[in-house]
Design a protein around this ligand. Structure first.
Ligand code: GLN
Length: 598
């Protein structure tokens, strides 16, 4: 097992996560099987109890781990499936050490940061690195470890000490340290300043870690003399200094690393020469090129509660992007603070109210993402109502689906006080209720979490078609409340169909309105499994519907009987068939993206 450790210096927010993910992708493209670990030095056991406004979204894994959003970047870039153990926090490590102490595993000893905590960290890294993440047998070849925070933070000290010891434990040639730092430009002359990086490398060396490679964040590529200076003062060879200069979007970063031969530097340090292939990033770079050239816009209004920090909806944003690129559309997201749509804002801040409604009315599609608590719920209900009544494509995720059900109960069933008991515990018409297994006293890790199965109820629903007419799907969950099963028959009689349910048939997973062009809600979070080049079916449905192309998409993806005409050289259209039963399809789709067939 080879380890690539990514640390950060000078300031936070340098894009260490994207750098680590991109390194993983480039190494994967060199033929290695990769995995990743994120170390978060905070005391929380996991990210589940942290506010998305402070820390960005809580990412959810298949095994139900509620983890840092960087694990989402790793999964998306490296196309792997991580586990809760791939996210190490101070809280987890101390809990583990204290449990051992209580069991008597250290009997007679004074339990200390060094060696007990540092040993626990190293053991954890070794164990987590070997977990299977790519569906293939045997442990991965390379593990990318990102240390959260900035060198010098008090919380990260035990981890730095542990990593220093770890570099000896695994030995030279198996450990590569990449330090990501900032090279600012201060004056009008545009001189690139190396001092902050020098200081941060000195700090790192003082703590027992020597960088092998420097990743310098800067506005422009580093000048050669600046590189020479850094090399001299930081004791890093010139060819191991990479500039992570500003680029149009994060998909460019792996290409930027490849261009500067960062993979060769890593391969040298890890003694992998002769085994590594030339990085095969052709597919990735054509996707980047394609996405840069898109110009036909699709405008999606995301009506949420945490819109002041866009990282709160990172996976939703990425999933929208994956689907838009697949449909050859340029994604434009209008972030609307749900409460701005409410009457209260109309009185207090009429401009914000007007602006929010203008955005909603100008959108091609509406998405109401997941969320918790009261704030903005009324605004989300108004957005769902607007989309339903105006036949605007709508996707509700988790709370967004619950909102769609509440709005339907209010407007169509006439139950004015219909609500979720999360919002109004005393409502007479609780159409969303606490799940029997939900806890109100313990917040950490007590929701219905992770990958669960949804069974489609009928073949002809839009959701079933979008998922290729499978009989069931597995998607990730994170909720405490659910649609009240007692109210389902009444809702269904009025035209709301629950087209996906769990294995008991009692838990509603997908809701849709067949009379509407696209009005779909999911209790699960499809955004967590969307990948570049492998968009989530739900998001693909929304984007296609918002672009007026849903029918075409459904024909393409539903996989049965549909005849899809293709242009022939004689100018006529030919009928081609895809039969579910045929061993080999008579004609197969070349790409879901552009309607080209072969
Ligand atoms: N607050 C709702 C629940 O707990 C929805 C959760 C979510 O959107 N992730 O069920």
């Amino acid at each position: 097992m080879k380890y690539v450790v990514v640390t950060g210096g000078v300031v936070s927010g340098l894009g260490k996560g994207v750098t680590a993910s991109s390194i993983g992708l480039v190494l994967k493209s060199c033929g290695f099987r990769v995995t990743a670990i994120k170390i978060d030095p905070y005391l929380n056991t996991d990210a589940g109890t942290m506010s998305p406004i402070e820390h960005g979204e809580v990412y959810v894994l298949d095994d139900g781990g509620e983890v840092d959003l960087d694990l989402g970047n790793y999964e998306r870039f490296m196309d792997i499936k991580l586990t809760r153990d791939n996210n190490i926090t101070t809280g987890k490590v101390y809990q583990h050490v204290i449990e051992k102490e209580r069991k008597g595993d250290y009997l007679g000893k004074t339990v200390q940061v060094v060696p007990h905590v540092t040993d626990a960290i190293q053991d954890w890294i070794e164990r987590a690195a070997r977990i299977l993440v790519d569906g293939q047998a045997g442990p991965p070849d390379v593990c990318v470890i990102e240390l959260g925070g900035t060198i010098g933070d008090i919380e990260s000290m035990p981890f730095i000490e542990a990593l220093g010891q770890f570099s000896y434990r695994v030995g030279a040639g198996n450990f590569c340290l990449i330090h990501v730092s900032l090279v600012p430009v201060l004056n009008v002359v545009g001189e690139q300043k190396t001092k902050p990086t020098q200081h941060s490398v000195q700090g790192l060396i003082g703590l027992g870690l020597t960088p092998d490679i420097l990743g310098c964040r800067s506005a422009k590529p580093l000048e050669e003399n600046v590189k020479a200076k850094l090399s001299q003062f930081c004791h890093v060879p010139m060819e191991n200094i990479v500039t992570l200069y500003d680029c149009p979007n994060i998909w460019h970063v792996p290409l930027l690393l490849k261009e500067q031969k960062a993979h060769e530097a890593i391969i040298r340090v890890l003694n992998l020469k002769g085994i590594a292939k030339e990085p095969a990033l052709e597919d990735w770079s054509s996707m980047v090129k394609l996405s840069d050239e898109l110009h036909v816009p699709v405008r999606i209004a995301v009506v949420g509660k945490y819109t002041e920090l866009l990282d709160s909806y990172l996976s939703v944003h990425k999933a929208l992007l994956h689907a838009s690129v697949a449909r050859r559309k340029k994604l434009v997201v209008d972030w609307i603070a749900a409460s701005d749509l409410e009457d209260g804002t109309k009185k207090e801040n009429p401009d914000a109210f007007k602006a929010a409604w203008k955005l909603l009315k100008g959108a091609d599609g509406v998405l109401v993402p997941g969320g918790f608590g009261n704030r903005g719920v009324q605004g989300k209900i108004l957005a769902a109502k607007y989309a339903r009544e105006n036949r605007l494509p709508f996707l509700g995720i988790c709370l967004g689906m619950q909102i769609a059900v509440i709005e339907f109960a209010r407007s169509v069933l006439g139950l004015q006080d219909a609500n979720s008991t999360e919002i109004d515990p005393n409502t007479k018409n609780p159409c969303v209720i606490l799940m029997p297994e939900g806890s109100k006293t313990h917040m950490g890790g007590t929701m219905r979490l992770g990958s669960r199965r949804t069974y489609f109820q009928a073949k002809d629903s839009k959701a079933a078609k979008l998922y290729g007419n499978k009989s069931f799907i597995d998607e990730r969950h994170r909720h405490r409340y659910e649609v009240n099963p007692a109210m389902v028959p009444r809702l269904e009689r009025s035209g709301l169909s629950f087209s996906g349910k769990d294995e008991t048939g009692q838990r509603m997973e997908i809701v849709e309105l067949s009379s509407h062009p696209f009005y779909v809600g999911a209790q699960f979070h499809p955004e967590y499994t969307s990948r570049p080049g492998k968009p989530s079916p739900m998001f693909l449905g929304l984007i296609a519907a918002a672009s007026g192309e849903l029918e075409v998409l459904l024909q393409q993806v539903s996989g049965c009987q549909e005849t899809v005409p293709r242009p022939l050289t004689n100018g006529k259209l030919e009928k081609v068939y895809w039969k579910e039963t045929a061993k080999k399809p008579v004609s197969i789709m070349y790409s879901l993206c552009d309607g080209v067939y072969s």
